[in-house]
Design a protein around this ligand. Structure first.
Ligand code: DAH
Length: 357
């Protein structure tokens, strides 16, 4: 007869000494696995006399149970120790300053978009979006720019190949189609801005084939040009962080607004540096006007009941003016040195209360 109590002592010592889950599993298999030492002992029961079996059977069952329990206890101890070790290794001291240099920087265009959204949110504007691949209806027709209208030719549009029905998709040439999409999907009162990418076949120091615009649209009863001017003035002051700003509306033409104006702000180029807000020169920052009745009608709105204003500004240009960049092309080169120099901290989210930049 094999000494079961000696076997138990040996196996339990092995279990206690096991340092890894793999080693523990090997010990378990060697003891109570199919070909294990305890299993081999159990097999001897069959050859015993009934009296012997009555004595040895319960002993061996108890041995197997004790070993199973010892393995389970050691397993949970090892798992707990592994978790403790992992937690200790991954501990983060949340009181340490953040290592922002590892995050890269926020592109000036994204920064200005965040600043715009923050300023206009304060005036009750929501941010609206539309697709960059547009159809001719939203980009032109509904904006009162019919086919063969000279304004349509002036847009240097990137078209997709003609479809069977003769229509063509295009890369939106301005953010104004978002006006149409918003008027078709929402009931007035409407107050939105729509910052985003726009495309025209044009390329030099101040034009890139892809550029950014922000559109603004307000539709309510009783809206007039005074609201438009006040809104843009509040925006320009907040954006350039100036207490007062001299702004002028210059009569202009856009098919989707009547009357239409271009917006200039006073500036000076003296000494080769640009100063915003004072001086003898004027700088154009965008176009605007009262929403044309035909645009309202195309969007199923009654122009007798509702009035509205709209505006559109180039975001890249706003960024250049505010942050003193003279060339537009590096905006889209992805040069790490430029981004490091002109980029913004990812953690300094612009807010009106905490500062825009
Ligand atoms: N969509 C015009 C452009 O890209 C800009 C513009 C002018 C937008 C006047 C407007 C507006 O909403 O009222 O040239």
């Amino acid at each position: 007869m094999t000494d079961a109590s000696q076997l138990k002592t040996d196996i339990e010592a092995d279990i206690a000494a096991a340092q890894t889950l793999d080693a523990l599993e090997a010990i378990r298999v060697a003891a109570i696995g199919k070909k294990g030492s305890v299993s081999a002992l159990m097999k001897t029961l069959g050859k015993m006399s009934p009296e012997e079996r009555q004595v040895e059977g319960p002993k061996l069952n108890a041995l197997k149970r004790d070993i199973t329990d010892a393995v389970a206890a050691r397993k949970s101890a090892l798992e707990e120790a592994a978790l403790e070790a992992q937690l200790a290794a991954e501990q983060v001291d949340v009181t340490l300053p953040v290592q922002t240099q590892d995050f890269g920087t926020i592109h000036p265009v994204s920064q200005v978009m965040d600043e715009l959204s923050e300023i206009f949110a304060d005036m009750g504007f929501a941010v609206a979006e539309g697709p960059e691949i547009e159809d001719e209806f939203h980009n032109f027709d509904a904006l009162n720019i019919p086919a063969h209208h000279p304004a349509r030719a002036m847009h240097d549009t990137f078209y997709f190949p003609e479809k069977e029905d003769g229509s063509r998709m295009l890369l939106r040439t301005h953010t104004s189609p978002v006006q149409i999409r918003t008027m078709l999907s929402q009931e007035p009162p409407i107050r939105i801005i729509a910052p985003g990418k726009t495309y025209r076949s044009d390329s030099d120091a101040t034009h890139t084939p892809m550029f950014h615009q922000v559109e603004g649209l307000v539709i309510e009863e009783g809206i007039h040009m005074g609201h438009l001017k006040g809104c843009l003035e509040a925006f320009v002051k907040a954006f350039f962080q100036l207490d007062s700003i001299d702004m002028r509306f210059r009569a202009s033409f856009f098919p989707f607004t009547e009357p239409s104006a271009e917006v200039d702000i006073r500036c000076s180029f003296e000494g080769g540096t640009l100063t915003i807000g004072e001086g003898e020169d004027w700088l154009e920052i965008g176009g605007c006007g009262m929403v044309h009745p035909r645009v309202m009608t195309a969007c199923n709105l009654d122009p007798e009941r509702y009035q509205g204003f709209a505006f559109g500004c180039g975001i890249d240009r706003l960024a250049m003016l505010k942050y003193g960049m003279t060339d537009l092309r590096p905006f889209f080169d992805g040069d790490q040195r430029w981004l490091k120099h002109y980029g913004f901290s990812p953690l300094a989210v612009p807010t009106l209360a905490g500062g825009l930049s």
